[in-house]
Design a protein around this ligand. Sequence first.
Ligand code: ATP
Length: 366
Amino acid sequence: RIAPPDSQADGYLQLSGIRKSFGSFTALENIELSIRRGEFVCFLGPSGCGKTTLLRIVAGLETQTAGRIVQAGRDISVEPPAGRDYGIMFQSYALFPNLTVAQNVAYGLVNRKRPRAEIAARVEELLKLVGLPGSGVKYPAQLSGGQQQRIALARALATSPGLLLLDEPLSALDAIVRVHLRNEIRALQRELGVTTIMVTHDQEEALSVADRIVVMNHGVIEQVGTPLEVYREPASPFVADFVGKVNRLSAVAEGDHWFRCGDKRLRCPPAGGADFRPGREVALYLRPEDRVIGPLREDDPMRCSGTVRHIEFLGGNCLAEVDVDGLPGQPVQLQYSLNQMDEFGVAEGAAVSFALRADRLRVFPV
Ligand code: ATP
């Protein structure tokens, strides 16, 4: 029998039954997660969902109230931080300001009492790796924010840890540096093959770098999946709303996967969610890009017409907010490329026809 990819046997890092309480407040509940060797995993969620607390528990900087952590087959549940095998990088200001760049990077190696010549060679190798060769004699204050984070990364990687923990490492940087550095971190992670967990509240960041995303909300895991799975097949309304833009339509089930939505009858694919008994109120979720591309079929039950109320430009794309005929009070956002806008005459006040992609609708109970 071939083991499923998420089986315990495959996990490099396994978290089982993790719970964390601060007094009477439960910050994490029943966390079950298995991370494969070499994987890049993002903990994603809104402020206060518990993602930082979970990372700190993995690092031993916070003690779980209950649960077990196994890394590379070793139970580290009660191991102090120094006995664990990881490097960590924080949001900012984490370098020692009174030490040179080289001394900062060497920190973990000095603690491990490595020979001096070996440390010097390793530090230069790491500085080269993060694109700052020869900067060892500088002090952190002489570097930009992005450069300081590269040094922090070099320091986290110095001892060649089995696990790299990144706690919102990019959130203090400006947008351009942030995108640049996240791509570099990702490339470096691939090259080194180091199992990595990054905490972020930025869904775009998580979608762009992660092998798998752990979406968290109120101390529980809502979904674990690849970026595409989380985006295309959100497991809950929370995930659908939090990751990417989405339209939410109120509807009533009619049975056999048909739903009445305003004056329209829509049929959702059986895979889009469980069927609901007739009369049940549900919400249909659909991404703005999930409209049919190409000729519209006359008999398509998902065919709609409407009037463009508002257009939001997003560079090469726009989001058109459309008042849909027969769907009063439920405007739908549709994505068009600029070329498609010209082709279909999409402009504020213009009439448009389109068909929603039934195969992409997701249905959730309300
Ligand atoms: P953020 O992005 O804002 O850091 P987060 O998802 O990382 O959010 P955590 O920092 O893990 O969230 O915090 C989760 C919850 O636990 C929050 O409600 C927070 O107030 C609470 N919490 C965290 N640390 C402590 C503590 N030491 N004492 C009491 N409550 C805490």
